[in-house]
Design a protein around this ligand. Structure first.
Ligand code: IRN
Ligand code: FE2
Length: 625
């Protein structure tokens, strides 16, 4: 008998730390052309500039919000029921899907009839949807027919983040121009722009018709750079409960998609719980589960078992599949002399299968059959990089680039079927070789979105690989990578826990945002400017709350200056009151204004006087705290 997850025994509640709104934040919804298009955003309220510094009114800052209903105090959440089906009506009204009587996957049917699994089963036993015969329900298919779906309109509003308002308030004026390396970032994202990018294959909208709970999002290099967080148990650790908790925790800090990489024994049930409770797209690597089904013996894998696994997961609602179809028989010998061989789990499974049978990969051979399944549910491809380098020594070698060329070939086949497709990339790559990866991917894969794991720019820092990879991720994001797959501090060492998930997500939010800034994404700098202004004006609470991780910022500050009065003090414990450069330059400004001169001459003219004034005001501040 399987153990009952603790939250199933009484009321199905989410961990309370993962559901309260972030400090000073309010969930807002922007309505589209119809009332059921309600696009969530987070508004961070800030205080006004202190009177002695001008008393200016500071507008709230609107940021992209991935946290779903979990951060909305008005939403009622019951993990057993799952989230509301936001897209159900949109999917139904297109008139091209049918509700099946039961599951068409043999594996699912067997699972459903296993009484031992009852306690783990998700409460809502919904019937799966599938495209009616002869229909293709992919967003790319609609886009190519010129149809703007509600999903596309939702995304346009979401990506804009109320830019128009910010523009009217003059907030866009203070941004450095970017260097975009050929990306075209319009001033205003329109639904038509979204449609066109999807039709062209330059962006994807992962949105399985069996995952109506999602708040649609887009992955493409002319949009905000996205990040993915991996969760998943292994045979050794972790329960369903922990996995759902990692999901809500990951999206709280900004994960745009979550991949469930579970390999343990209850992967089917774990996935049900995750999907039904996820407002973000969920990705998986189906070959992992297929391997479980054959007892972990790669040689025993067959196309039939793999096919049934795809259908099983498509009917559950997985939004994108990592499929390592680029690992071909003739590529395998190219890895023989590598320092780290094949490091991809999926890649090594397929390489082993190819060698054992001395046959071409069944994923490659059946690629068109796979496309048929993908378009019946709108599952997007994430073409796996099974031959990615696992060390900087192996970066950009013949095996890696040979596979990339095959992925380009497969992209074209996917597009022939109007199936959405992104391409996975490395891995471990030193900085000077990163740009070549991006350029080659755009060329081989006709600008299909790139989705990379890091890359890690050095191999010498186990325990810190969120940083080694975050550096590479920022670079490749700037060059045009559309989504960055996070790496946690536990990479190469063990399974990440909740803290590691948060550290990984925050690290990747930094990389993605840095890339948006460098590319010159309109409005990207608004939050930086607001935070810097708060910092300069010693609005400590605002500085914490505008940051990616207010809790840590506040905790670090309070370690040395815990008193409430320190939250308005014009210094922190780093330099103390006498040496605070921000305070000094504020005083230089005041002096200049009083004496009617500019800041440079103020420094020359008033140096002596300034120092006297500074000592005096310094002692005054001591009195206050
Ligand atoms: C992302 C880019 N390259 C690889 N990834 C992720 O690595 C992919 O999305 C999935 O989460 C994981 C697959 O690992 P293997 O099976 O290739 O090791
Ligand atoms: Fe690695």
């Amino acid at each position: 008998m399987t153990d009952l997850p603790s939250y199933l025994s009484d009321s199905a509640k989410v961990d309370s730390a993962a559901i309260k709104p972030l400090p000073s934040s309010r969930k807002i919804y922007v309505e589209g052309s119809r009332p059921d298009i309600r696009v969530p955003m987070r508004e961070i309220t800030v205080s006004d500039t202190p009177t002695e510094m001008g008393g200016e009114k500071n507008a709230p800052v609107v940021v992209y919000d991935t946290s779903g209903p979990y951060s909305d105090p008005e939403a009622s959440i019951d993990l057993r029921k799952g989230l509301p089906s936001l897209r159900a009506a949109w999917i139904a009204e297109r008139g091209d899907v049918e509700q099946l009587d039961g599951y068409s996957s043999e594996f699912t049917r067997r699972r459903m009839n296993d009484p031992l699994l009852d306690p783990l089963r998700f409460m809502d036993e919904r019937k799966p949807l599938r495209a009616k015969a002869g229909h293709n329900v992919s967003q790319m298919h609609y886009a190519r027919k010129g149809i703007i779906t509600p999903e596309m309109e939702f995304i346009a509003i979401r990506e804009n983040m109320k830019l128009q308002e910010a523009r009217e308030r003059g907030l866009l004026a203070d941004q450095h121009p970017g260097q975009s390396f050929g990306a075209s970032l319009p001033d205003q994202i329109t639904p038509e722009f979204v449609r066109d990018e999807v039709a062209r294959g330059r962006a994807i909208i992962p949105a399985n018709i069996n995952h109506p709970e999602i708040e649609p999002m887009i992955i493409g290099r002319n949009f905000l750079v996205k990040i993915n967080g991996n969760i998943g148990n292994s045979a050794v650790t972790s329960s369903i409960e922990e996995e759902v908790e990692k999901l809500t925790w990951g999206i709280r800090w900004g994960a745009d998609t979550i991949m469930d990489l579970s390999t343990g024994k209850n992967i089917h049930e774990t996935r049900d719980w995750i999907i039904r409770n996820s407002p973000v797209p969920i990705g998986t690597v189906p070959i992992y589960q297929a391997l479980e089904k054959v007892g972990g013996v790669a040689e025993d894998l067959t196309w039939e078992i793999f096919r049934d696994t795809l259908i099983e997961q498509a009917e559950q609602g997985v939004d994108y599949f990592t499929i390592h179809a680029g690992v071909r028989l003739h590529h395998v010998p190219l890895t023989a002399k590598r320092t780290t061989g094949i490091v991809s789990r999926g890649g090594s499974i397929m390489a082993k299968w190819c060698l054992a049978h001395h046959k071409e990969s069944f994923l490659y051979e059946h690629f068109e059959d796979i496309c048929e399944i993908m378009k019946a549910y709108d599952v997007s491809f994430s073409l796996g990089d099974g031959l990615r380098p696992g060390s900087v020594a192996d970066a950009n070698d013949a095996a890696q680039f040979g596979e990339l060329e095959t992925l380009g070939e497969l992209t074209k086949i996917a597009w022939k079927h109007d199936v959405q497709c992104m391409i996975e990339g490395p891995g471990h790559v030193p900085m000077q070789l990163i740009k070549e990866n991006m350029d080659k991917q755009l060329e081989c894969c006709d600008e299909a979105p790139f989705y990379t794991l890091g890359p890690l720019i050095t191999d010498i820092a186990p325990g810190y690989d969120h940083i080694t990879s975050g550096i590479g991720a920022a670079m490749i994001g700037w060059y045009g990578c559309a989504m960055l797959c996070y790496v946690t501090p536990k990479e190469h060492l063990g399974l990440p826990n909740k803290d590691d998930v948060k550290t990984g997500i925050i690290t990747y939010k930094i990389a993605a945002h840095a890339a948006d800034l460098a590319k010159g994404h309109p409005g990207a700098q608004i939050r930086d400017n607001a935070l810097s202004k708060a910092r300069f004006e010693f609005r400590w609470e605002d500085q914490f709350n505008l940051g990616l991780d207010p809790d840590t910022a506040r905790a670090y500050h309070d370690e040395t200056l815990p008193k409430e009065s320190a939250k308005v003090a014009h210094f922190c414990s780093m330099c103390g009151p006498k040496f605070c450069s921000m305070k000094i330059s504020q005083e230089v400004r005041d002096y200049a204004a009083e004496h009617g001169i500019d800041e440079v001459s103020a420094i020359d003219a008033g140096m002596q006087e300034k120092s006297r004034e500074f000592v005096e005001s310094g002692s005054k501040i001591y009195d206050k705290v």
